[in-house]
Design a protein around this ligand. Structure first.
Ligand code: NAD
Length: 459
């Protein structure tokens, strides 16, 4: 793919010209991007609707709105984030002035998924540009309408040598991954994350991998079931359940299981009516393959609510499954759709055992009023990020890092964490010349004892 080589060389040459180091220039671009997102708001929301019937409300809340607030924060803070930081010098190296420079990596590749196709494509681009890099963005090939609007906006705002999109599927992504990028930011499945990591390793390219997994949701005997049902139904069925940080399954204290299922069923009907297919607010599955994958997950399961689907419309109803076997695909794979399995537990040990069946989760949710129980779990279970008494909302605070652990990802972003992700922290020490005792220079004879004393004193 010759055009990828040409594009890469163009961005490489531009980076070498040092023009991206100009903070004012970065701010001009970010402000231009903000104006362009605002003027395309209707078109973006329409594209999301065309791609998987995402409502304008969810589209604004979880895509356009978050992009705009990330832009606002970055525009406001960029100068302070990018400033070289003075740190205290060490007594051992006195006298010196010590700094951390925030240096761009260079040429960045961003590969985005389809589930929040606008947000998860643009947010890393904003951060990479803010930190002074050039960017090639490959949006998902499954959400073509959103990919087209992303291309339109990026083309309008950025010269091609600064940022551009390359649309396409696996073949294009594979060709892009062959280039020696200075940083790769990937959001997608764990399976493809491994392919990206392998390609990056060939050039020792650093990566951030924002991946998926099975995120548990614990409901104990003290939780207010009405509130649990309201927040759980919202967090699970938002975006049609196609959210990396959605609760994948529920673990509820055994005696409360029936009451929880009742409360959830009632809540689903209240929010999406008795026929969610006719609700304007309930999105579709992104394509037929994913719909069939989800339908297959329901095979041999006890469906206690929902379960109906329509292949002609990529529709799957909000669905509740009672006590699935841990060895079935439903409990082995990330669900990534509107199916909510409910499992019961008796002891804290049961919770730990169930969670240990999958890899380290991206998110972890606990509904409880028992502080000791909550603290025990928070302090002993490895997960990317989590919330007590709610779902998804951790994404909304840019002062919290967002990222996974183990197979749910590596690295993080949002707010300053995003700027830091795309910046190399370069250590620089400026030594004074007026003081230069001869002690450190050879011959060393007779100096070792004194050295030991000196090091002990200053450590
Ligand atoms: P995916 O891994 O199938 O695709 C993601 C991107 O990778 C797409 O742009 C795709 O074209 C590209 N790709 C696919 N195959 C490739 C290959 N062989 N080589 C190189 N690139 C390839 O993921 P998806 O279906 O778009 O998204 C769903 C997954 O993403 C879920 O697992 C979800 O949990 C995860 N996800 C994670 C986050 C997060 O922030 N951690 C956010 C959203 C989605």
């Amino acid at each position: 793919m010759q055009y990828i080589n040409t594009l890469f060389s163009k961005q490489r040459d531009f980076y070498k010209s040092h023009q991206t180091r100009n903070i004012k220039g970065r701010l001009i671009l970010l402000k231009k991007l903000k104006a362009e997102v605002i003027s395309n708001e209707t078109a973006i929301l329409e594209a999301l609707k065309k791609d998987f019937k995402k409502s304008a409300f969810e589209g604004y809340l979880s895509e356009v709105g978050l992009v705009l607030s990330e832009l606002d924060l970055t525009i406001k803070k960029l100068k302070s984030w990018a400033k070289k930081e003075r740190v205290k010098s060490a007594l051992l190296t006195f006298p010196s002035k010590d700094y951390i420079y925030k240096e761009p990596y260079g040429n960045v590749l961003v590969i985005a998924p389809w589930n929040y196709p606008f947000l998860l494509a643009l947010e890393p681009v904003i951060m990479a540009i803010a930190a002074g890099n050039t960017v090639v963005l490959k949006p998902s090939e499954l959400t073509t309408n959103t990919a087209a609007i992303l291309t339109k906006i990026i083309k309008k705002v950025f010269p091609g040598e600064v940022a551009t999109t390359v649309e396409g599927g696996v073949e294009v992504a594979t060709a892009l991954l062959e280039k020696p990028w200075d940083y790769i930011f990937f959001t997608g499945s764990t399976q493809v994350g491994k392919i990206v990591a392998e390609a990056a390793a060939k050039h020792l390219t650093p990566t951030t991998l924002e991946l998926g997994g099975k995120s548990p949701c614990i409901v104990d005997e003290t939780a207010d079931l009405k509130l649990v049902a309201r927040r759980l139904v919202w967090g699970k069925f938002f975006n049609g359940g196609q959210t990396c940080i959605a609760g994948d399954y529920v673990l509820v204290k055994a005696p409360r299981k029936e009451a929880l299922i009742q409360a959830l069923s009632k809540e689903i009907e209240k929010r999406y009516t008795k026929n969610p297919k006719s609700s304007e607010d309930f999105p579709r599955i992104v394509n037929n393959d994913h719909l069939n994958r989800l339908i297959n997950l329901l095979e041999n399961q006890t469906v206690v609510f929902g379960g109906d689907f329509d292949e002609s419309d990529n529709y799957l109803a909000p669905t509740i499954v009672d006590e699935p076997d841990m060895n079935t695909p439903l409990m082995k794979e990330e669900i990534f759709g509107p199916i909510l399995p409910i499992l019961s537990y008796s002891t804290e040990e049961d919770i730990r055992k169930t969670i240990a069946e999958s890899s380290r989760p991206l998110s972890f949710y606990i509904f409880s009023k028992n502080k000791t129980f909550v603290d025990n779990l928070l302090n002993t279970i490895n997960f990317g990020g989590g919330v007590v008494n709610d779902l998804l909302v951790q994404f909304g605070n840019p002062r919290l890092p967002f990222g996974g652990i183990g197979t749910s990802g590596m690295g993080s972003y949002h707010g300053k964490f995003g700027f830091d992700t795309f910046s190399h922290h370069k250590a620089v020490m400026i030594r004074s010349t007026w003081f230069d005792p001869s002690f450190r220079y050879p011959p060393y004879k007779g100096k070792l004892k004194l050295l030991k004393k000196f090091l002990k004193y200053f450590s």
